[in-house]
Design a protein around this ligand. Sequence first.
Ligand code: IVH
Length: 724
Amino acid sequence: MPQDDLFASADASGSANPVPGSPTTVADEAARLRALLNEHAHRYYVLDEPTIPDAEYDRLFQALQAIEAAHPELRTPDSPTQRVIGQVLDGFEPVRHAVPMLSIRTETDTEASGAVAFDARVRRELALGEDAPSVEYAAELKFDGLAINLRYENGVLVQAATRGDGETGENVTQNIRTIGQIPLRLHGTHAPVIEVRGEVFMRRDAFEALNERQREQGAKTFVNPRNAAAGAVRQLDPGIAAQRPLSFFAYGLGEVQGWDVPPTHSGVLDALAAFGLPVCAERCVAQGAEGLVAFHRDIGARRDKLPFDIDGIVYKVNRRDLQERLGFVTREPRWAVAHKYPAQEQLTQVEGIDIQVGRTGKLTPVARLKPVFVGGVTVTNATLHNLFELRRKRVRIGDTVIVRRAGDVIPEVVGVVPGERPAYVPNFRMPRHCPICGSTVVREPGEVNHRCSGGLFCAAQRKQALLHFAQRRAMDIEGLGEKLVDQLVDGDIVRTLPDLYKMGFAKLAELDRMAEKSAQNLLDSLEKSKQKATLPRFLFGLGIRHVGETTAKDLARHFGKMGHKGDEKNEGIMNASYEQLLAVRDVGPIVAQSIRTFFDQEHNCEVVEQLRAAGVSWPEHEPSAEADAATLPLYGKTVVLTGTLPTLAREEAKAMLEAAGAKVAGSVSKKTHYVVAGAEAGSKLDKAQELGITILDEQGLRDLLASAAHGSAPADAQVSGEGA
Ligand code: IVH
């Protein structure tokens, strides 16, 4: 017996019935750990509500690994240790689908008429008269990834296969097991066979981060999240697949044996969610064409804000008996249709390549394009990111390129259509001098980006710095937009931030299109901005590299004051040492260094002093241990505000929550702990209800703040967000 075998007496097969009170068998212990780990994985990956710290999960995981190492026969396919397998495959084995994986008819008419036509067809096929009641549909998103069939036998995931040609797909079980969201064992069912169908996809943030990493390493980037997801699923090395974070949503069934399938599609999805499978909350049961049109419109308006790409909506007749009556035409069901949205990728020509100089001096090559309608807007420019990426994609003027615009991300050129290049065009070169200010262009060793070395001497950097300072989330100087900043900088009226507050009425009124009234308005909003400044807004507005809004808030909370350079007391953010900066939550070495570098430059401190002298001021407080965010009562909680509260303005509610350490977010997700809803709360409230998030009214919010302040757990805090 190996020495580490704590269960030496146990029957490894697990078939023995231990005498009550006797030590548990190894098999029982393995089963207990498996169940526990699967439960916690579900809370972590699907519900986003971990209830144990990561370290504890790791401990349980290692305990199970140790048992399985000593007793390989106890290693089951649903063991969480089987999610990552190191072995590289030399190909995928074909899998014949028990029930073919069909495709759906696509409605390319992206207008409301597309939904109306589908409803009319369904009614005709069902021989429904004009006064027959409306047909009920299940409407859901059309995810842009790849279809996967998950086969569960006796509740355990035994196989995952791609769609392939619909009849035969590929066995990708090993890679699919690495997707934490996919349960290895279903909750509450041991049905002999349940095949779950759904889409594997990559979220936009994961995709952007993956591409950003690739770009930094000078490696090939992925064209879009779908390609990145498909590549990861079909990656022969499951270790690499595991590094490409994938997501999954279930949307249907394949073969089923021994499970009483609910009579409606929406009921099926509810059941799948109850089994522990991820099912997208953005879905509805719609009555007739009207309901479909409303959902298509609602999602269309929010499409850019979704965390993943969709290319349309899928409508399905909700009742399964009606689906059966409707049947199929060739390989497409008559009861479902995909109603598209405008494409997020289009072809167009490159008319030129310009260089843009950003706030930090980064030179970005930008393709000037023949205008093209993509992702719902007309695009005339698209980023090429950097010289290396441009070279790798071999983009030249005159080329036909694929442009992608999805979500709030700026449009980008993702590739060239080969063979369509006109006559000889020279390779693009990065200029050696900044096209705006003529300063030398530099590229640090190991960096992919070229930068203008001109700093605030460079008009482009100055303009961006002013716009950054003036934006709503910073100093909120109303009326100071791009056109005006161009004039102020080009006319040499404003060179530095403090110059903004030194502008006279006469100078302003002289500017192009600056009628007297708007000149006065601008002076008024400059005056206002002095008063409404807060330390975090001011700090963010300075445009220190890597200091975004959140970091600015954290810094302000931690240090309380800005401080003065050379001040004897050596207080405040300006004087904070690298080590002191590292003590602030979420501030790491890069951010700390960047802040230090900023205030080490005399002229930057000068700017701060001059702004103060011009009358910009903000409330300050003493630094205190209590200011350490992690000790605040609502630290780690995310709250979303929606609708109008009876007495509190939204900004007030936000400030109160933030003061208590909570994060106030703009949209509801599984990560949200509370939604505070007032009058006319809209879709955020619906979403919160769907996700089962605690909803508070104004009084509830006040109670939460009060109970948090007294250190007692809020009465309704059934939500437990503090994993690791
Ligand atoms: S249902 C019989 N629902 O679209 C109906 N498909 O052409 C089978 N897709 O390959 C599909 N989101 O990969 C369905 N909510 C959704 C979907 C969806 C994306 C994909 C799926 C399939 C293709 C259909």
